[in-house]
Design a protein around this ligand. Structure first.
Ligand code: SAM
Ligand code: SF4
Length: 467
């Protein structure tokens, strides 16, 4: 049976947490769910919410693919590589499905939205395809699939996204003192290389009352840090502006730290800059993707700012918060990128001295404006530029880390260190990772740590005293 385009009659008024009789039927079976997540923090959060919804209905989580009754592949298609990773995992699952036909395989996220029926055609072992606006329907659709319904595709864009209001159970996450909170979804910017507006749909802001209500609930459960998520939080319009939302969250008791991502430079205004001057709970870090240092390439990318404007913006943030740390995304090998353009990108890196830089080789994405341009920077040249850029950035990151040696910071402790037995790890306000000797009982607390050594990707320190 194939029901293409199952539409939810009133998605905005649907209640999400009342289990129906079908849920009870499945919970008796104790169905086990395994979720694979690809891509960004937004997908990580969607997976946590999916897990929350399943656990509310009595499903149990499993780490073992072989024992799962339901497998959810939550996909990303921003870059070709992410797309291929998800597809190859999906391909591998066909043998498992052949051996156990009752297994339910659901594909969610950007690839589900992008490929829809094509996915079912190419991967007949997939039972369910659920797009980016209908994740709230997933548990019910899985219930149906467990009872035999196969081949459903649910991937319509809607004017509201009920799943944004789902409150994730942070106790199911590895860091229950930190909550990731959706403030908006989708994007209206149509950067010429980017598939996001095509697979996540137009920008939809979540109502401020809902965001604030969720954060209050998290604070009452012991969450200390909130991390606000959206493709371009600076264009948030959920009844107030993004800086107004930051100020409202700042006044919530119990919340010690506020972070957010991502900010489009063109929409970072004076009000946002002022938040870094006025709001001590706002962490001293901003992720501000610049993509290219060449004005010519920035125009072709449809980014709506110049390199000078970006560099001035960085200075404005530095004036407001002198110790602010910057991270960014950058791309090499966009169509028509010359050596001179690449040098201008390297120049921005020298001037800003980012703490962290996520760098990518341009890959053609379907449906985008740049897909009609010749992908004319040869693959070897893209690789060479990326190697040069990453080598220089590694030096800058290490130099920035070394400058922190001898300083003492508030560190929110996240968990056991993966590096050294007996150590725990946490983050400074700048988002730098610090490992130090300490008890597991410190997890979720903020302590003072003096940095004694700097490595490429982290710092080592000693505990000063509990803050
Ligand atoms: N909303 C963010 C912004 O405005 O910068 C970016 C979100 S995008 C999901 C994450 C990053 O992937 C982008 O900043 C860009 O550097 C990279 N990216 C997007 N499309 C790409 C493509 N076609 N090829 C290579 N990298 C790409
Ligand atoms: Fe993609 Fe540009 Fe939107 Fe970021 S702002 S999600 S890069 S279209």
């Amino acid at each position: 049976m194939r029901a293409t385009e199952l539409t939810d009659p009133s998605p905005c008024t649907r209640t999400l947490d009342a289990p129906d009789t079908a849920d009870i039927w499945v919970s008796r079976m104790k169905a086990r769910v395994k979720i694979f997540t690809y891509g960004c923090q937004m997908n990580d959060l969607d997976s946590l919410k999916i897990q929350t919804e399943f656990s509310r209905r009595g499903f149990t989580a499993t780490g073992y693919t072989r024992e799962a009754d339901v497998i959810v592949i939550n996909t990303c298609s921003v870059r070709q590589k992410a797309y291929e990773k998800a597809m190859s995992n999906l391909g591998r699952l066909s043998a498992l499905k052949r051996a156990r036909p009752s297994l339910v395989i659901a594909v969610t996220g950007c690839v589900a939205q992008q490929d829809r029926e094509g996915l079912l055609r190419r991967m007949p072992h997939v039972d369910l395809v659920v797009g980016t606006h209908q994740l709230h329907l997933l548990p019910d659709l899985v219930q149906d699939a467990l009872k035999g319904a196969r081949g459903r595709v649910v991937a319509e864009f809607s004017t509201c996204i009920p799943f944004m209001d789902t409150i994730p159970d942070t106790t199911l996450s590895a860091e229950p003192h930190r909550a990731y909170v959706t403030v908006m979804q989708g994007c209206d910017n149509f950067c010429s290389y980017c598939i996001v507006p095509h697979v996540r749909g137009p920008e939809i802001s979540r109502r401020a009352e809902s965001v604030i209500g969720e954060i209050r609930a998290h604070a009452s459960q012991g969450v200390r840090e909130v991390f606000l998520l959206g493709q371009n939080v600076n264009s948030y319009r959920g009844g107030m502006s993004f800086p107004e939302l930051l100020r409202a969250i700042h006044s919530i008791d119990g919340i010690e730290r506020i972070r957010f991502t991502t900010s489009h430079p063109k929409d970072a205004n004076d009000d946002l800059v002022a938040c870094f001057r006025d709001l001590p709970k706002l962490c001293s870090h901003i992720h501000l993707p610049f993509q290219s240092g060449s004005d010519r390439v920035l125009v072709a990318m449809n980014r709506h700012y110049t390199r000078e404007w970006y560099l001035e913006l960085i200075e404005r943030f530095r004036e407001a918060r002198p110790d602010i740390a910057f991270s960014a995304d950058v791309m090499v090998g966009f169509p028509g990128e010359t050596e001179q353009d690449f040098m201008e990108t390297m120049d921005v890196i020298e001037r800003v001295r980012f703490d962290v830089l996520y760098s990518f080789k341009y890959s053609v994405r379907p449906m985008t404006a740049a897909a009609s341009l010749a992908d004319d920077v040869p693959a070897r040249e893209k690789s060479r530029r990326l190697v040069v850029l990453q080598a220089r950035q590694r030096e800058i990151t290490l130099e920035n880390n070394m400058r922190r040696v001898g300083s003492t910071y508030d560190v929110l402790v996240d968990g056991a260190s993966t590096r050294v037995e007996g150590q725990v790890k946490g983050r400074t306000t700048h988002n730098a990772i610090v490992n130090f000797t300490g008890e597991r009982s410190l997890v979720g607390r903020t302590v003072r740590v003096t940095v004694t050594r700097a490595q490429q990707n982290s710092l080592t320190g000693v505990l000063s005293d509990a803050a």
